[in-house]
Design a protein around this ligand. Structure first.
Ligand SMILES: *Cc1c(COP(=O)(O)O)cnc(C)c1O
Length: 370
């Protein structure tokens, strides 16, 4: 008999998720948070208005199935609202999928530079994370398929992936789906899909519509600028919707979030502005950071992965410290097996220009320790 309650196996193996820093070094006047892939444009003013309006009825429970939001999503994307589940962020949905499909010892595949939440959700559900290698910082369909066993219940892929910014074209996602056995659910996390401008990319709608074992998750935290409200959704086969609805909290999405989400979907002009800003400045950042002699992984998302040399004084950690003193908060990604890189969210023009000039100073400095 243990003297105190013990969590079930797996829980204590979890390294808790460490969010991007939101504080600069002491004494820094202005902070530029480029560490969590938040939008520099903020949410649609219409979403803020809807949020405020909803604050007038905080004593009432939310409508439990998020019907208004599912209907708005259905209308926007041409989907059956009955095949949509909303969640408190897509993180909640990823966790619910793990809880619904993993029995103790069941396996969930993700990739070596994949989003960390997959591993955490798997362990939390009592499952076994199986981490497979990538090729050129991109998920590799053959490596994933090679890792599949009779116990593989889930495959998690962020497309595009965070923190690499790389993506799989639809043809590769199709090949992955076709190679998976029927008992394996493919989870396509499309948190950054709105930023992708590639003809060979599709977020997952077509695959979900034509398969029994594919789910697509989406979020309001990135291009919609509503990260604080915790709002996400998934489009899934009816059987998956049914399973997840049995285990989710009955009021998992709050009314102000739901209403802000509906208003945000309707403001397509705002979303287009955000995507255009991103396209322009991501290209600018890639070009100007490369001009400093640094490697930048080509990104289709709203962030760039910058690789630093291993030379003492010029490492990713040195650069991070240097930038932090100037109020520029980037993201260290050693937890993603990328110890020599920093991830930078595409920011406002001011933040982008300041970061590039600070990096230029950093690269030029003798000791690079400021
Ligand atoms: C930011 C992000 C999400 C969104 O999470 P929310 O819980 O919806 O805020 C999901 N997946 C990836 C890969 C992300 O980077």
């Amino acid at each position: 008999m243990s003297e105190r309650p013990t969590p079930r196996p797996g829980v204590l193996d979890i390294k808790a998720y460490v969010p991007g820093r939101s504080k600069a070094a002491p004494g820094v006047a202005k902070l530029y948070k480029l560490s969590s892939n938040e939008t520099p444009l903020g949410p649609s003013p219409k979403a803020v208005e809807a949020f405020k309006k909803a604050s007038e009825s905080l004593s009432l429970y939310p409508e439990g199935s998020s019907a208004v939001l599912r209907e708005a999503i259905g209308k926007t994307f041409g989907l059956d609202p009955a095949r949509i589940v909303c969640g408190a962020g897509s993180d909640e949905l990823l966790n619910l999928l793990a809880q619904a499909y993993l029995a103790p010892g069941d396996e969930a595949i993700s990739t070596v530079h994949g989003f960390l939440v997959y591993k955490i959700a798997t362990l939390a559900a009592g499952g076994k994370p199986v981490i497979v290698p990538e090729r050129d910082l991109t998920a590799d369909v053959d490596m994933i398929l090679k890792a599949v066993t009779p116990r593989t219940k889930l495959v998690f892929i962020a497309n595009p992936n965070n923190p690499t910014g790389t993506y799989l074209p639809l043809s590769e996602v199709r090949r992955l789906r076709a190679g998976l056995p029927g008992h394996t659910l493919l989870v396509l996390d499309a948190a950054y899909s709105e930023y992708v401008r590639r003809n060979d990319y599709e977020a997952g709608i077509e695959l979900v519509a034509t398969s029994e074992n594919v789910v697509m998750t989406r979020t309001f935290s990135k291009i919609h600028g509503l990260a604080a409200l915790r709002l996400g959704w998934m489009y899934a086969p009816a059987s998956v919707v049914e399973a997840v609805n049995r285990i989710r909290g009955p009021f998992n999405v709050n009314t102000p979030a739901m209403q802000a989400g509906v208003a945000s979907l309707a403001d397509s002009a705002h979303l287009e502005r955000a995507a255009a800003h991103n396209e322009k400045w991501r290209g600018w950042l890639e070009e100007n950071i490369r001009a400093l002699g640094l490697t930048v992984t080509p990104s289709v998302a709203n962030f760039v992965l910058i690789h630093f040399p291993e030379t003492k004084g010029k490492t990713a950690a040195d650069a991070d410290a240097f930038l932090l003193k100037r109020g520029l908060v980037l993201r260290q990604v050693s937890a993603y097996n990328l110890p020599n890189a920093l991830r930078m969210t595409v920011g406002t023009e001011e933040a982008n220009r300041l970061t590039v000039s600070a990096l230029s100073e950093f690269m030029a400095s003798e000791a690079a320790r400021a």
